[in-house]
Design a protein around this ligand. Structure first.
Ligand code: HEC
Length: 107
């Protein structure tokens, strides 16, 4: 394989991985998501100034927010949070949103 071919393949891979990041989330494990949210997100989102809990948004609001996680201001700081973990976190936030049957404040 020549160099051009390799860079073309890398380009295709990059586009594919970006496209898969943009796919809709859902059906994760909310219980794991709660744990992961506390571990990865509450460090910054725990104080009153930037408090973010499931009941901060509606279910539609969470879906919209997570439809493109690259637009969330802090996503560059999510070191070591895999796509799967993020889906669990989304599921937790979504399932306990303020218009869900069981709204929850993450304490
Ligand atoms: C290094 C600190 C830090 C970490 C860690 C962090 N965030 Fe953030 N996040 C911020 C800051 C700062 C903002 C922008 C100001 C604000 O809205 O509080 C923000 C904004 C957001 C917003 C947009 C706020 C809104 O009302 O729509 C979402 C959603 C969000 N973060 C989710 C997360 C999730 C999910 C995680 C864990 C995977 C996470 N954050 C981890 C600092 C952080």
């Amino acid at each position: 394989m020549n160099r051009k071919m390799i860079s073309l393949l890398l380009g295709v891979l990059l586009v594919l991985s970006i496209a898969s990041m943009a796919t809709a989330m859902g059906d994760g494990n909310a219980r794991k998501g709660k744990f992961l949210y506390r571990k990865h997100c509450r460090t910054c989102h725990g104080d009153s100034a930037s408090d973010l809990s499931p009941n901060s948004k509606t279910q539609a609001g969470w879906t919209a927010t997570f439809s493109d996680t690259s637009k969330i201001q802090c996503s560059p700081d999510w070191n070591g949070v895999s796509e799967k973990d993020l889906n669990d976190i989304f599921t937790y936030l979504h399932d306990f949103a303020k218009d869900s049957p069981t709204p929850a404040k993450c304490s």
